[in-house]
Design a protein around this ligand. Structure first.
Ligand code: PGA
Length: 256
């Protein structure tokens, strides 16, 4: 362990109706029965469920995050949601630059950086996602791509307390495929080095770097105990409390 408090965040994506909040209540119950100490736990439901989700977790250790925000605080942007609105609904963090946003909505590094700044403005933690495509991976371009994404997406004023990096290889998301632990260690080491050049070693040394992409109960221990991995961003396996709890409970009993 590096001494950094890990974060395990569940990204529900465009999944979840009111009835799905029973899973969140179930997660809360599991954590109350068998807590996982010294680990930050977050669930990022769709925006429609944020305030109800917040009520369910109130008084528990579970934090609520959102999945995207608009860079501006308010205005004529039909259908968009500002970081301030997310905070008002009970979120304490927001994912920005997820590869599905970058692909589905053509989000650039510049826009992702503006969204991260919006998160800070609203007092939210920004979970900034980066990751290479399958073609980049095959061509050996992973490290170059990640450096470009980090330099373009992470704001200059980023700090360990307001920013989390999520490394999510695009080809690993929802595919059941994962990089080897050696590959993850190499990439996370590079990310920390680049962050050090951008933010200084003190901030970089305390910044959480999550792994994401096909994390499930069967591979969680193998991926989460890789050096320089400080937690996970979990998609599909976060929808069921039983699976999500099993993933985050790899941290149970690892520290005194
Ligand atoms: P997955 O998604 O766990 O379903 O692969 C991860 C993510 O996109 O955050």
């Amino acid at each position: 362990m590096t001494g950094i408090r890990p974060l395990v965040a569940g990204n529900w994506k465009m999944n979840g109706l009111g009835s799905s909040l029973a899973e969140l209540a179930s997660l809360r119950n599991r954590l109350e029965a068998a807590p996982v100490p010294e680990t930050d736990i977050m669930v990022c439901p769709p925006a429609t469920l944020l305030s109800r989700a917040r009520e369910i977790v109130d008084g528990s250790s579970i934090m609520i995050g959102a999945q995207d925000c608009h860079p501006l605080p308010s205005g004529a942007h039909t259908g968009d949601i500002s970081a301030e609105m997310l905070a008002d609904a009970g979120a304490t963090a927001v994912i920005v630059g997820h590869s599905e946003r970058r692909t589905d909505h053509g989000e650039s590094d510049t826009l992702v950086q503006a969204k991260a700044l919006a998160a800070y403005r609203a007092g939210l933690m920004a979970i900034v996602c980066i990751g290479e495509t399958e073609a980049h991976y095959r061509d050996g371009k992973t490290l170059d791509i990640l450096r470009t994404q980090l330099e373009g997406s992470v704001p200059e004023g980023a700090r360990a307390t307001n920013t989390v990096i999520a490394y999510e290889p695009v080809w690993a998301i929802g595919s059941g495929l994962t990089p080897t632990p050696q590959e993850v260690a190499q990439v996370h080491g590079l990310i920390r080095t680049v962050l050090g050049q951008m933010l200084g070693d003190a901030e970089a040394g305390g910044t959480r770097i999550l792994y994401g992409g096909s994390v499930k109960p069967s591979n969680a221990a193998e991926l989460l105990f890789v050096p320089e991995v400080n937690g996970a961003l979990v998609g599909g396996a976060s929808l069921k409390a039983v699976d999500f709890y099993e993933i985050l409970s790899v941290y149970a009993g690892t520290r005194s």
